[in-house]
Design a protein around this ligand. Structure first.
Ligand code: MTE
Length: 323
């Protein structure tokens, strides 16, 4: 991202994830449906309250839990997804989050909800996420640095979380603030970025059925390096829109200033829709490096391949100006 000295295409072999043992998509679909109950239950272990115990029982006996697959690609392995990360709070090298995030305390966790909302307050994870409605979704994950992965996330639609707290009609944007705790986050003891990390979405983007609140992946509780206990995934946008370890949700009528926009406004915009036709000022976005591949030879798709579902959000907008 801000590393001005090299692009993802320049990464040395030492930083490329090792050759994985891929599970084919067909195989995953076959086992995925049966596996989701166990997956969702494992994810639940993150919380450990009475309601969660009850939800675990319900899930375990649900014959047909929800499974929504949207990316027809080969899945990345758990190892790849959890060892090649961007989480600058733990350092700017891709291996830093896996090295240093283990010590982060994620229980208990609370999220402040404020701004233009009818039920402001402080919420626990279990207040915001309906554990009985967990889904597993396979989404493409495209970083602005032109690498990508395919990840089986566990979570709930972001809209279901936001609807619980009653956004007011005057709220046209939602801002997500992530954890600031320098004692446990060594990257925050540097000024590599402005802390805390902040992101935002237009309300219609946040309420879109594809936008997802993630609490797990690959049938496990979300590892800290991937943004435990709560992170967003907005699959048609560059990865930096997906804030990790969220502690505040604020509804507003003004477009939030996101962290990367503050850091380099000519390079990172508010919308950050995946767009092969709008190059980053320092590199092309036409292709991506699908990890663990070495070469950037996967053509990038408009809106990361989700255009049929999200293009209408941007009708009439100049996407070169609104990058
Ligand atoms: N959230 C926080 N709090 N801090 C970060 O540095 N990095 C973003 C995003 N969310 C980031 C963050 C970027 S640049 C990307 S590409 C994705 O997280 C990476 O998610 P992953 O490590 O789970 O693949």
């Amino acid at each position: 991202m801000i590393l001005k000295t090299r692009t993802s295409a320049d990464l040395p072999w030492s930083e490329v994830t090792p050759e994985p043992i891929y599970r084919s998509r067909r195989e995953f679909l076959r086992t995925g449906v049966a596996g989701i109950t166990g997956a969702a239950v494992a994810a639940l272990a993150a919380c450990g309250t009475a309601e969660v115990a009850e939800a675990q029982t319900t899930l375990a006996s649900t014959p047909n839990p929800k499974y929504v697959a949207t990316a027809a690609d080969t899945l990345n392995t758990f190892e790849q997804i959890t060892t090649y990360n961007n989480f600058y709070e733990f350092g700017s090298e891709k291996g830093d989050p896996a090295k240093y995030a283990g010590k982060l305390t994620v229980k208990p966790w609370s999220v402040k909800v404020d701004g233009m909302v009818s039920k402001p307050g402080t919420y626990g994870v279990e207040d915001l996420v309906d554990f009985k409605a967990l889904e597993e979704r396979v989404y493409r994950h495209r970083c602005v640095e032109a690498w990508s992965m395919v990840i089986p996330w566990i979570g709930v639609p972001l809209a279901s979380v936001l609807n619980k707290v009653g956004p007011m009609p005057s709220a046209t944007f939602v801002e997500f603030t992530t954890l600031e705790r320098p004692s446990e986050m060594p990257g925050q003891r540097t000024n590599i970025l402005q802390w805390p990390y902040v992101e935002g979405l237009r309300m219609d983007e946040a309420m879109h059925p594809l936008a997802f609140m993630v609490i797990g992946l690959y049938g496990k509780v979300l590892p800290n390096q991937n943004g435990a206990p709560l992170r967003i995934h907005v699959p048609w946008k560059y990865g930096f829109k997906s804030g990790k370890s969220i502690v505040r949700i604020r509804f507003t009528s003004r477009q939030p200033l996101n962290t990367w926009q503050i850091a380099a406004p000519n390079e990172y915009g508010f919308y950050a829709n995946v767009n092969p036709n709008v190059p980053h000022p320092r590199w092309s976005q036409a292709h991506e490096r699908r990890l663990p591949n070495f070469f950037s030879n996967t053509p990038t798709q408009m809106f990361n391949g989700y255009g049929d579902q999200v293009a209408s959000l941007y009708t009439g907008m100049d996407l070169k100006k609104n990058f």
